[in-house]
Design a binder for this molecule. Structure first.
Ligand SMILES: Cc1ncc(C[n+]2csc(CCOP(=O)(O)OP(=O)(O)O)c2C)c(N)n1
Ligand SMILES: [Mg+2]
Length: 891
């Protein structure tokens, strides 16, 4: 090279840059890209060590991660696949349009699937493995794309025209289809619910981890199965969607693949009008350690990028914000030429050989099967980290005037005849002009190339997806000897129900048959519940084992992590723990393994905080036990307003297949858990359990004879009145940790006020409420048959006297059963915000201690004219109650 003397500093800079680049080129040629990468890494470190502040970017340019040169050819028949995809598109749109023909439409979504069709079809034809392959993938479908998934199942011959016609009409004869993925409603089809945004991604993450757990613990053979989660770009705004993203990278879950359909739009408008959602997500996922594959541009862009030696096009691609990209999507080629390419004559020059129409038709990556295929292939083969595919698409792709790329497209449910005709023509659907207005479904004949092809592809990949099925054998029996010790009580020794539960859990874990199936789950709270002995006994699960020496190694109960550890210690994430619960509690279906999860957590952070995940669990037909620890508004002393739970029993009532109990005694817990395992794992019922357990210690009594049935049904007589024929009579109901207060009140009522009193333990207001309503409903529909009598009515029919209930939960719980009682019930409960106080002070504050129970019973007797009001007044004084005290419900 001829030496040119530098003229000034900028010349010098240019020469210097040239020299560095020449050196780099030399290394690239002689040593390859890996060597260049290593050198750059070392240079960066060296520069940093010498105080150079380097600009940070977690982004790569706004182009495909897999370049055209690296791209592989696609196997199979692209032409047939395109035709199949077009048919799915048509039928998906048709089912929504037909569901909304009437004035009063029933809803549904066209544009989500329209944007995602290629993302799904490439999966169906080449990647998603069915369960018959032995490596069944678990797929979380984007809820709003459901019409497309149904439309494919229709082509596959799994559902028929009646189903499609009855989309969103689930009660219709012949069968309807649920709006979104709901295993509760379609238990042979959908595996996991997703439509509540953000829950799919977090459940997918913990599903992938749980698959590793099953393999590491030898409960499932090692497999190459993947978890796929399809989500919307708008959905990533939900905290749950990205909130657990560091876990799969940390745990190297290369069995997890996220596919984010980046159509740049959500419901109202652009996801990031003034920014770029894809770059934002790329940075977040790369920062968290994921393998990120961007699929932005379709094949038509490859030759242009190949010409782009100066990087002008790449720069231009990277500087457009999403709102503007959306504008290009709805504009004609002339607009795109002028506004996108027209900023630089050199760019215009690059596309001068293309007509406006050709410019308009340049596809995006997410609509190009070969780009998607290559991304999926790279993702399934990637080792050591999860992969996220950021696929750029157009919302409402193919809808044209009916909504493509428009802000209204998410809600578009109708298409007029012109729009339908255009859609049909664009995708080549063999429906005549005369018929198109009727929006008929179209399925080619059984022996058509399309149907044969799609069937063959699914056969090769191990069967149809999604398919849900119970793949486990029922357990044969629940060994009763594990539970019997608890029937005897503690012989005067004090224990809390939490301690009882932990002891029972330890016994279950030691059982040779049940033990391996038990999955204890804790969100960093094991010590709170006295479970630390389990750390050593069964180990904390960690795929990596324990690569450090724990500080407490020399103690008996050291913090033992092991690759075959059994406890899922999730850290401070109730949402993550609940997602593990869903994975473990549905493994009977997904993996054919009857794992029995026990998720114990601070009860206030359960239904109240992650109620929607619990709802999804119910939908997914989860089995297992939720344990609300440190429960009770007044039983948890000191912790105050944010921690004291007086609500969760009320919330639990609303979850149709959640059976909830507020047990007081050891034998109640034993009876409930034994029966729960029977119902869920022997009888295979689709229910799950919620038990509140407390930290107050008291002596656990022996189980009264014959109490089992009542414990399970929701109430039984714990202690009978000493003088059943006495003139003054009362029936007291107590639950959980408040039951001992009730028993104390009974003693005082009997000894001081001659009120002969029965005590009932109400283990579940919810169960009583449900059974009462079930009887009423049956009676209404069978007017001439002998009426059914609710269990609670049967219990109380002969019971004389006033009725008083005390609970550590809101008064709505006892109020819920009032109608089936012979006389009105007086309810004491803990409505209101909690306080930091001692247990006694809290029970005084919330008016649920024995004194309030005594006074309430006396007041009720006075109300009934059985007692002078002055006696109640005296009792108020004697027990130091302040009648002018403020109402805790509103204080
Ligand atoms: C938790 C929750 N909040 C709100 C909604 C209502 N919703 C349904 S779809 C949607 C927009 C979805 O946008 P995006 O995730 O980008 O999906 P796209 O349809 O664009 O693929 C919203 C807000 C929901 N389903 N779940
Ligand atoms: Mg979107």
């Amino acid at each position: 090279m001829r030496y040119i003397a530098p003229k000034d500093a900028s010349d010098l800079d240019a020469i210097e840059t040239r020299e560095w680049l020449d050196s780099l080129d030399y290394v690239l040629q002689s040593g390859g890209p890996a060597k260049v990468a290593r050198l750059l890494r070392e240079l960066t470190i060296h520069a940093r060590q010498n105080g150079v502040k380097l600009p940070f970017t977690a982004n790569t340019p706004y182009i495909n991660t897999i370049s055209a040169e690296e791209q592989l050819l696609m196997p199979g028949s692209p032409d047939l696949e395109r035709r199949i995809k077009s048919l799915v598109r048509w039928n998906a749109a048709a089912m929504v349009v037909r569901a909304n023909k009437a004035e009063e439409g029933i809803g549904g979504h066209i544009s989500t699937y329209a944007s995602a069709a290629t993302l799904y079809e490439v999966g169906f034809n080449h990647f998603f493995r069915g369960h018959e392959s032995g490596d069944g993938d678990v797929i979380f479908f984007q809820g709003h794309a459901a019409p497309g998934i149904y439309a494919r199942a229709y082509l596959e011959g799994r559902i028929d025209e009646t189903h499609l016609s009855n989309f969103r009409r689930e009660t219709k004869a012949g069968g309807g289809l649920s709006s979104y993925p709901h295993p509760w409603l379609m238990p042979d089809f959908w595996e996991y619910p997703t439509v509540s945004m953000g829950l799919g991604p977090i459940m997918a993450i913990y599903q992938a981890r749980f698959m590793r757990y099953l393999e590491d613990r030898g409960l499932k053979r090692a497999s190459n199965a993947k978890v796929w989660a399809f989500l919307g770009d708008g959905e990533t705004d939900e905290p749950e969607a990205l909130g657990a993203m560091t876990l799969p990278a940390r745990e190297k879950l290369d069995n997890l693949i996220f596919v984010i359909n980046c159509n740049l739009q959500r419901l109202d408008g652009p996801v990031r009008g003034n920014g770029q959602i894809i770059q934002e997500l790329e940075a977040a996922f790369r920062g968290a350690g994921w393998n990120v594959i961007k699929v932005l541009w379709g094949r038509e862009w490859d030759p242009l990028l190949a010409k782009d030696r100066e990087g002008l096009l790449v720069k231009r691609m990277g500087e457009i914000v999403d709102g503007q990209y959306q504008k290009y999507a709805v504009s004609d080629g002339a607009y795109v030429r002028e506004h996108f390419w027209g900023v630089d004559p050199r760019l215009l020059e690059m596309v001068k050989h293309l007509s406006d129409d050709q410019l308009k038709k340049m596809t995006l990556g997410g609509h190009d099967p070969i780009k998607v295929y290559n991304a999926y292939k790279a993702a399934v083969e990637y080792k050591g980290a999860p992969t996220v595919i950021l696929a750029r698409t157009i919302k409402g792709y193919g809808l044209g005037e009916a909504g493509e790329g428009k802000n209204i497209t998410h809600q578009q449910k109708k298409m007029n005849e012109d729009e339908l005709r255009a859609f049909r023509t664009r995708f080549g659907i063999p429906i005549s002009d005369a018929d198109v207005g009727k929006t008929p479904f179209y399925r080619p004949p059984e022996d058509s190339l399309e149907i044969k092809y799609l069937r063959e592809r699914r056969r090769a990949l191990g069967g149809y997806v999604p398919t849900r099925k119970n793949r486990s054998e029922p357990l044969r029996v629940v060994p009763s000897d594990l539970f019997e010790e608890f029937h005897k009580g503690t012989e005067g020794r004090r224990a809390s129900t939490t301690m009882v539960f932990v002891r029972l859990l330890s016994k279950l874990l030691r059982d040779k048959d049940l033990g391996p199936l038990v999955v204890p789950i804790v969100p960093d709270e094991a010590r709170t519940f006295g479970m630390e002995s389990l750390f050593r006994a069964v180990g904390i699960y960690s795929h990596a084992g324990q690569v450090y020496e724990p500080v407490d190694m020399d103690t008996l109960l050291y913090y033992k992590e092991a690759s075959d550890g059994q406890i899922l210690e999730e850290g401070i994430t109730e949402a993550g723990s609940m997602s593990s619960f869903v994975a473990a509690g549905t493994a009977y279906a997904t993996h054919g393994v009857n794992t029995i999860p026990f998720f114990i957590y601070y009860s206030m952070f359960g239904f109240q905080r992650i109620g929607d995940l619990i709802w999804a669990a119910g939908d997914a037909r989860v089995r297992g036990f939720l344990l609300g620890g440190t429960a009770g508004r007044t039983t948890l002393a000191g912790e105050g307003l944010q921690h004291q739970d007086g609500n969760s029993q009320l919330f639990a009532l609303a979850y149709p297949n959640c059976i909830s109990y507020d047990p007081a005694f050891a034998y109640e817990i034993a009876v409930i858990i034994q029966d729960g395992i029977r119902r869920m794992y022997v009888d295979q019922e689709s229910v799950f359990y919620y038990l509140t357990v407390m930290n107050e210690q008291y002596a656990m009594p022996e189980m009264p004879k014959g109490a089992q049935e009542g414990i399970l049904k929701g109430m039984y007589k714990f202690r009978a009145a000493s003088k059943p024929d006495a003139p003054l009579r009362a029936q007291l109901f107590g639950s959980g940790a408040i039951l001992p207060e009730v028993i104390k009140a009974q003693e005082i009522l009997e000894s001081k006020y001659n009120v002969s009193t029965d005590v009932w333990s109400v283990t579940s207001y919810t169960q009583l409420y449900r059974e009462g309503h079930a009887c009423e409903r049956w009676n209404m529909l069978h007017p001439t048959a002998p009426p059914r009598v609710p269990y609670i009515t049967q219990c109380l029919k002969e019971a004389p006297g006033v009725l008083v209930a005390a609970t550590d939960y809101v008064k709505a719980m006892p109020d819920a059963i009032d109608r089936w009682l012979p006389r009105p019930l007086v309810a004491l409960g803990t409505d209101g915000f909690g306080r930091s106080e001692s247990r006694a002070a809290l029970r005084d504050f919330f008016e649920v201690d024995y004194r309030y129970i005594v006074v309430s019973a006396l007041a009720a007797l006075a109300r009934d004219g059985k007692l002078e009001a002055s006696i109640v007044e005296q009792a108020i004084k004697a027990h130091n109650l302040n009648p002018e005290k403020s109402n805790p419900a509103t204080s």
